[in-house]
Design a protein. Structure first.
Length: 149
């Protein structure tokens, strides 16, 4: 499983639950890079700061605890955490539920921006067919666990 984890990342619908409340955001994000051997501690800090900046977060967010973040900030942190390892497959499970159309579209724009045009497949699980069709090249609809469209 250790070899598979960096290749497969997921952002859950309840993304706040994936952020350990006792760790500062910078530590949460740097830990994945360090544990997976993608960066040294010093390199991880630089990479995290760069990704946070690209996601529209300030340096001060690095030192905050998850409970100090707004919903949008926490969501961006969860997306950075999933994308920073440059996985082969990113699964987004209802990451836009509860968001208005404009905010949901910005979330997808951020995902595509953060992936840096890399070779990453993205699987989006959503009930918002119109949004998904407007943001993806290929869609599949499932019913009862089977592809129907």
């Amino acid at each position: 499983m250790k070899a598979l984890r960096p290749k497969l990342q997921m952002v859950f619908q309840d993304y706040r639950q994936s952020l350990p409340p006792h760790l500062k955001v910078g530590d949460v994000l740097a830990e994945a890079l360090i544990v997976n051997g993608s960066a040294t501690k010093k390199e991880a800090g630089r990479i995290v700061m760069e990704l946070m900046n690209r996601a529209g977060l300030s340096e001060s967010h690095y030192y905050k605890y998850p409970r100090q973040l707004s919903g949008g900030e926490a969501q961006r942190i969860a997306l950075i955490r999933a994308i920073e390892l440059k996985p082969e497959l990113l699964i987004l499970d209802e990451v836009t539920s509860g968001l208005d159309k404009e905010t949901a579209a910005r979330v997808f724009d951020l995902v595509y921006q953060l992936r840096e045009g890399g070779e990453m497949a993205i699987m989006i699980v959503s009930h918002d067919r119109d949004l998904i069709r407007s943001r993806t090249k290929q869609t599949f609809e499932l019913e009862g666990g089977r592809i129907i469209k």
